[in-house]
Design a binder for this molecule. Structure first.
Ligand SMILES: Cc1cc2nc3c(=O)[nH]c(=O)nc-3n(C[C@H](O)[C@H](O)[C@H](O)COP(=O)(O)OP(=O)(O)OC[C@H]3O[C@@H](n4cnc5c(N)ncnc54)[C@H](O)[C@@H]3O)c2cc1C
Length: 449
């Protein structure tokens, strides 16, 4: 059979797209969702079982549907976890909310389209006659559709050094993918741990480690040693920003931002004012300025834009003050030796080389960029000329409707939703943006069926 829509992926982007399709498609239509994740809808972000892993967006902005902004806050109340719209819920609860929302839509007595969930990994694809694209699955089957939505998320970045010379025992103490939380159980309480990368993933992993009874020391190493800043419990209103009046040269833009944040009462007002307009701002920047932004301003953007809940920040900061965690800025050169492993690095702004000794190395460097190297499926699609990598390394090329440009005469329309479209939109990694994109892609598909 050929489905009207095939969605590849099983995280938030996929489920947001399915939920919208269920609302918009006629009863005669059919949708297949191909996902290799044990919990449809959770993805990496909402699979965690640790309560202290919290959302970094207030609950009032995390509804699955932009036109029903209170849906998540209502769900929390119904499930006896009453929080205000400005509070930061646990990511575990958010995963349950997504699962429940999907289940409620599918159980609804109203006639709806057919939806099949296929638990498998898509490994390749092939154009079929009749205007369909078929996906080969790792279980040997093939699923074909007329409209395709790629919701593959982003991969974990690999460590920036060669580990091939290390012994098997040493390599067993390097955690390449920290989202497999089982590594926490292997660490002895008094071990020393070096976390590479100092963003949100690092904070998550450090808190999880200490919550498991860890009493040793954590050294954090990243190029600039910048850690995410905090939300405040009672934020001031966002600044009103006229994006059309902003300069499009990065240096001038940063000058305006610095001036605003130095002379205003709280820099968060600037960031919160920019937040809903970032896509418009990005679309105005010429390619050279986008490159400049990625090369020079990204670490500062990340710590101001991707902030942590106030109490999470307090807890993390307390660990720094008490000496349980120390943060260093420098370039990692190599890793050698057996346990303890030796990480040689050059401190930022210095010529001399120094080192850190650690029983464990945890890779928290990834996820902020959306390349395609992590995905054999995307690489195969690129080989076949079905997709093109974004020139800045931000996912794949899509147009403003999230459609992948296709050659004349091809009937199948391929869309992408989520971080894979960061080259076109930049600000497309979090729920408030993805839910809007998922809605508009679903509307476009429904218009064709
Ligand atoms: C730790 C963390 C915390 C976050 N916190 C927040 C937050 O508080 N608020 C917020 O708005 N955003 C947050 N985000 C951003 C988050 O990425 C998005 O909210 C959203 O979860 C992205 O979903 P996605 O479906 O695009 O990607 P993912 O969640 O990565 O899902 C992609 C899915 O596709 C599957 N897949 C990949 N390739 C294939 C294939 N070939 N075949 C089949 N399936 C495949 C994967 O297994 C995965 O399940 C967070 C992200 C992380 C990593």
């Amino acid at each position: 059979m050929i489905y009207d829509a095939v969605i590849v992926g099983s995280g938030f982007s996929a489920i947001a797209t399915v939920c919208n399709l269920v609302e918009l498609l006629p009863q005669s239509a059919s949708v297949a969702v191909i996902g290799d994740d044990p919990g449809f809808g959770r993805g990496t972000a909402y699979r965690t079982e640790l309560y202290l892993h919290r959302l970094n967006v207030p609950a009032g902005r995390m509804s699955l549907f932009p036109d029903r902004p209170n849906a998540f806050v209502d769900w929390l109340r119904e499930h006896k976890r009453p929080l205000d719209a400005g509070d930061f819920a646990s990511r575990q609860d958010y995963g349950l909310y997504i699962r429940d929302s999907l289940a409620a839509l599918l159980r609804n007595k109203k006639p709806r389209c057919r939806v099949d969930f296929i638990k498998a990994k898509a490994t390749g694809c092939v154009e079929r006659y009749g205007g369909a694209l078929g996906f080969q699955l790792d279980n040997g089957n093939e699923i074909a559709g007329r409209s395709i939505v790629l919701c593959l998320g982003v991969g974990n970045a690999t460590l920036p050094v060669d580990l091939s010379q290390l012994s098997a025992d040493a390599r067993a103490h390097i955690v390449e993918n920290p989202w497999r939380l089982s590594w926490l159980r292997r660490v002895q309480t008094g071990d020393s741990v070096c976390i590479l990368g100092s963003g949100l993933t690092m904070i998550d992993q450090a808190l999880a480690l200490f919550a498991h009874g860890f009493t040793g020391h954590v050294t954090v190493l990243s190029r600039r040693g910048l850690v995410p800043l905090a939300h405040v419990s009672h934020p001031k209103p966002p600044l009103e920003i006229d994006v059309g009046a902003l300069p499009t040269q990065l240096s001038e833009l940063l000058h305006v931002f610095r001036h605003e944040s130095r002379h205003g009462d709280d820099w968060r007002r600037l960031m919160d004012g920019l937040r809903p307009q970032t896509q418009a701002l990005w679309s105005r920047l010429p390619d050279a300025e986008r490159r400049r932004f990625l090369r020079h301003a990204l670490p500062w953007w990340n710590i101001h834009r991707h902030r942590v809940a106030p109490d999470v920040f307090l807890r993390f900061d307390g660990m720094i003050q008490s000496g349980q965690i120390s943060v260093r800025a420098g370039y990692l050169l190599d890793v050698e030796g057996a346990r303890p492993l030796t990480l040689r690095y050059r401190p930022r702004g210095k010529k001399l080389v120094t080192s850190i000794q650690a029983d464990w190395i945890v890779n928290c460097t990834g996820m902020e960029r959306a390349g395609i190297a992590h995905s054999p499926l995307l690489q195969e699609m690129r080989r076949q000329g079905l997709i093109e990598a974004d020139p800045l390394g931000l996912g794949i090329v899509v147009d403003k409707q999230s459609r992948i440009p296709r050659s004349e005469g091809t009937d199948t329309v391929i869309y992408a939703v989520g971080a894979l479209t960061a080259g076109q939109f930049w600000e497309i990694t979090a729920v408030p943006d993805i839910r809007i994109q998922a809605r508009s892609v679903a509307q476009a598909i429904a218009g064709k069926v």
